[in-house]
Every structure is written in structure tokens, then in C-alpha cells.
Design a binder for this molecule. Sequence first.
Ligand code: 7TS
Length: 422
Amino acid sequence: MSRTGSTIRTATPAAAAPLDVQRVRRDFPILAQSVHGKPLVYLDSAATSHKPQCVIDAVSRVYSEFNSNVHRGVHALSQRATDAYEAARGKVRDFINAADSAEVIFVRGTTEAINLAASSFARPRVKAGDEILITHMEHHSNIVPWQLLCEQTGAALRVAPIDDRGQLILEEWERLLSDRTKLVGVTYVSNALGTVNPVARMIRLAHERGVPVLIDGAQATPHIPIDVQALGCDFFAFSGHKTYGPTGIGVLYGRREHLEAMPPYQGGGDMISSVTFARTTYNDLPYKFEAGTPNIADAIGLGAAIDYLRGLGMDRVAAHEADVLAYGQARLAETPGIRPVGTADHKAGVLSFAMEGIHAHDVGTILDLEGIAIRTGHHCAQPVMERFGVPATARASLGVYNSREDIDALIAALGRVAEVFK
Ligand code: 7TS
């Protein structure tokens, strides 16, 4: 299963033909519908992305052709299910360039991945007086597991500040990195602001001090080519459902040496090699961390999503989305009454804003009547809202199927919002 050395990443040349967004849209059946009598404009992919037909078909095929439990049956269907499930793990390995499939743990999503790392990796290593270092722009799922750990151990949570544009203040972060720091947790891309953090540099700086780093990749994997070996991170978490795959499936990547040393997260079937009442020995990686019947069909669906993205080419996806994002930022900047929240130099996928004198929920409700789906609220990043002095923002977030026309529809509808509240 191991595959070290040679790399098989498909580096789509940046000069390759740009993404044909109309063709991409046809791969996503859900997009071809009207909402409140208007063509659907879906700008909420940071919450969850839609699924291309190939993913829907892959999941459907599991149940109609070879549904069976994995790793236990000698019969043909079980063998097929096991092969497809393990093939999906291999696709994840290639997608994030892990050295070995055994470093890819299937979990429910980013939230479970971070909780697994907090419980099994950090908990046994952390004691009173130690510190966990995060940033002010984390999603709650990269805050609360560390707070729970701190409550249980007497460790302290340290939070690196962000500036008025929503960028991490790296010098302050570095100042907070100390002998007491036992782990760094940082989001690659902020879901509330769109900021892309300089994670490669942060990992280098943390490692210079011997501090392991967990990357929350939930908002990165749909937008940015990921290479965990080049990054050098210790853990990397992401969710299938934000990456054009099904809900209920996600990944914790961990470096083998860490995973080997960690106790299991949950006990049960499949994660053992032998059980007696006196003593249980655990299965090999990655099964040690996959207790019980896993989410077989959705893992296979995630594999199909990865095939789809690799077929488009992640570099092309990134270039297309960068164009739509830059266009969106420019159009919002020239729209009266809009205050963008999160104007970092390096951003991906997210346009967050407040509208003068109008609550974000009202903005979202009126946009919905225009067929435009955005998210409003605190985006499970309440400290970010507090930092910017707003109760909520309106957030348009991008997927590979969005186009400049979607931005035009958004801007036109925001004009109607302004009229309603005139
Ligand atoms: N980390 C980040 C950066 C996220 O954006 C999210 C979900 C999570 C972790 C948790 O992922 P889950 O799949 O386990 O729920 N973010 C959002 C969002 O922005 N809107 O809805 C969910």
C-alpha cells in the first residue's frame, strides 16, 4: 500500500485551456432548477458544495450493485466493497499526496478529524501549564475541541490576533509560539473571511521549535491543490461534502509516526487484531482509528469526487475561482453601502460583507427570493464577528461551477435589497 518516492500528482499546466464553466455546470444536476421562479444561483459552497452526477452515480452504484460490509466477508460482494473502499482511500492519498494510504483515516468530517487528533494525539501529551496555539479566525470546530482539552488538562489556549483585513499577524503568532506550546492548530483558509494563511511557513516555524501542527483544510481542499508532504504538516483535516463529495465522510491525515504512537479514538469492531477479556490488541493503521462499520458508500463517493476534481485539474479549478473571486471583490467594492469583511491579499472562495443598516439575515432572505443562495450569520466563527464588530455577515462563497454571471446576479439582487430598505 505504501507509495513513497515517486510522485504521481497531475500538475495541470497553468497554461492549459481555462475551465469551461458552462460544461462544468452541466455535471451538477441540482443547478438546473429555479427557486422562487428564478434560476438558482448557488453561492453557498463553503457550507456545502453540490455533487456532480458521477458522485451521485458512484454512491448509487454501491447500493444497487455491491453493497456489503468491508474487511470481513469472503463473499464476492464484500470483496468488491472492500476493494472500492480501499481504492477510495488510495485516491485520497494521491489527492493530498500522503506518503502512504495508512495515513488516511476516514472519519465523518473535519469536526470529527480534529476531535480525534485532540483526544488521541494531544490529550496524552498535554498537561497543566502547556499551551495550544490557534488563531482568531478559526471555525468553532478548531476552537472548541482545544478548549475541551484545556479544561480536561489545565493547559491554556492561546489565540494569535488578526489585523483589520482579516490576515493573521504572523509576528504575533510567532511570539506566542513558545516552549509551552504543545500543538498548533490553524485553518488553511478561513470560512468566514476567505483568508489563506501562510501555512507552509507556519509549519516550518513551528517545527523549528519542535511543535506539531494540525491544519484545518475544510475550506482549502475544494480550492487549492494540497500536498501534505510538501507542507510537512503533522495532521490535515477535511470534509468530503465541501469537496464535491457526500456528507458524512471526511479525512484525518496524520503522519505515520504520530498515528502509530496514538491510542485508538473509539473502540469496537474492525479496530482490533485480537480481543480477550484480559487484553485487546489493536489493528494496524489506518483501521486502528476506524472502529465499527465505516461509511463505505460515501467514502467511495468521495473517491469519485476526487477523480472528478483531478479530471478538471486542481490548478485550473484554482485559476477559475481566483478569477471569479477577484471579479466579485471588484464588483462588491463598487457597490454602495457594502462593507467587505475580510480583504486579505491572499484569499480563496469567500466574499463576506455587511450591508449598511441592514441585518445580514434580511439580506439573505431577500436574495433567496431572487433565487440566490448565500449564507448569513456568524458562520460558526463567532470570534471573527466579534473582531469585526458585526453580529453576522452575508457570505457568498464559490464553487467550481460559479461564474462571473453569478456575481452579476448577486450584485443586481443586492441593488434590490438596498431599494427595499431605502
Ligand atoms: N473548519 C472550517 C474552516 C469550516 O469551514 C468548517 C465548516 C468546519 C471546519 C467543519 O466542517 P464539518 O464538515 O465537520 O462541519 N464550515 C461551514 C461553513 O462555513 N458553513 O457551514 C459549515
